[in-house]
Design a protein around this ligand. Structure first.
Ligand SMILES: [Zn+2]
Length: 342
């Protein structure tokens, strides 16, 4: 019987392609010895990047993606590179694509884990993150209905394939949302927190309002690695819950750190501090140009139409997603400047 079972396994191994689920969501690449960037692949529902830091006695992971299954897949990848237990998970901020996988880390290792964030991010997860999970549950059926309608109309085979994949992803995402247990951080701090171990130190810091009012930066001073969450990443900034004027000041504080590698919540691993200067300049120009257009008069839509090409001259080639997302940033700047938060 045992022989038959092992024969079956051999046959299965030869005929069934290896499970590639984990590799489909992330590429785990070493930045320096013992520190990995889990760079997320494009997906129907965006997953943020994670950073995996091996400590002497355990592992620290930054951010948990958009869903428990994504976090489980990263856990499977982590187990391939180390036997150490994950002891600490950091939430950089309260947005869905960074904390909704928290529950997957609970109960996996006997010693348990601490989920670390700023006190403000913990409050934000409770007060804003949790209601937004419910609001996604209400919104997803409409998105699924639309995907089905688009699929029924589609004729191009490639479009059909994409829509079919998206529909499957949307349906399983909705199922995960419905069973999600919003899991809040267990260990919070006001300004900063550090883990000191013989081989490395990890600083976890709130440096001012930025992408949200609770953004956490994770900094490895010896390795000169900064993890920026969505306060600093490789795409155009997302600004809906942001404090743009404060953000510029916070980035100026970040820029004083000694940095060789930057890993943000989205995009790839970056070298040096160039991205910090780029974001400072972009946010400054966005506010200055929108202010100028606002004081010249016009509706929000007219102001957006006017400012897009002005910013485009400098920044179009600097950000891969500039065209798709710059209008929302100008609208945010307009709301901040005008006080019109409707
Ligand atoms: Zn994000």
């Amino acid at each position: 019987m045992k022989k038959l079972a092992s024969l079956l396994l051999v046959v299965l191994a030869a005929t069934v392609p290896p499970l590639r689920a984990a590799e489909d969501l992330f590429t785990l690449t070493p930045i320096v010895e013992g520190v990995y960037a889990a760079i997320s692949h494009p997906a129907y529902k965006t997953n943020c990047n994670a950073v995996v830091v091996l400590l002497d006695d355990g592992v620290l992971v930054v951010d948990t993606h958009s869903k428990p299954s994504a976090a489980r897949e990263l856990i499977a990848q982590i187990k391939k590179v180390t036997d150490k237990p994950v002891k600490y998970v950091v939430n950089t901020h309260f947005h869905w694509d960074h904390f909704q996988g928290n529950q997957s880390y609970v109960g996996v290792w006997p010693a348990g884990i601490e989920i670390i964030s700023s006190e403000t991010t913990r409050q934000n997860i409770e007060q804003l993150g949790a209601p937004r999970v419910k609001s996604q549950i209400l919104a997803m059926p409409k998105a699924i209905y639309q995907l089905k309608a688009d699929l029924a109309r589609a004729t191009d085979p490639r479009e059909k394939e994409t829509l079919t994949n998206n529909l499957g992803a949307a349906e399983s995402y909705l199922a995960e949302l419905k069973s999600m247990q919003v899991t809040v951080p267990t260990l919070t701090f006001d300004r900063s927190f550090a883990l000191h171990r013989p081989t490395r130190t990890v600083q976890i810091m709130w440096l001012g309002n930025a992408h949200t009012d609770g953004d956490v930066f994770v900094y490895l001073p010896k390795e000169k690695i900064l993890v920026g969450g969505d306060a600093l990443h490789g795409w155009l900034p997302f600004m809906s819950d942001s404090y743009p004027y404060d953000w510029i000041k916070t980035l100026a504080t970040v820029e004083k750190l000694d940095i060789d590698y930057l890993v943000g919540g989205h995009g790839g691993v970056m070298r040096g501090k160039g991205q910090i200067e780029l974001w400072r300049n972009y946010l400054g120009d966005l506010l200055a140009e929108t202010t100028k257009a606002y004081t010249d008069g016009g509706t929000m839509n007219e102001i957006v139409a006017k400012v897009v090409p002005i910013l485009g001259q400098k920044y179009q080639t600097k950000f891969p997603d500039f065209t798709a997302r710059v209008p929302a940033n100008i609208e945010k700047a307009y709301r901040v400047i005008s006080g019109d938060t409707k």
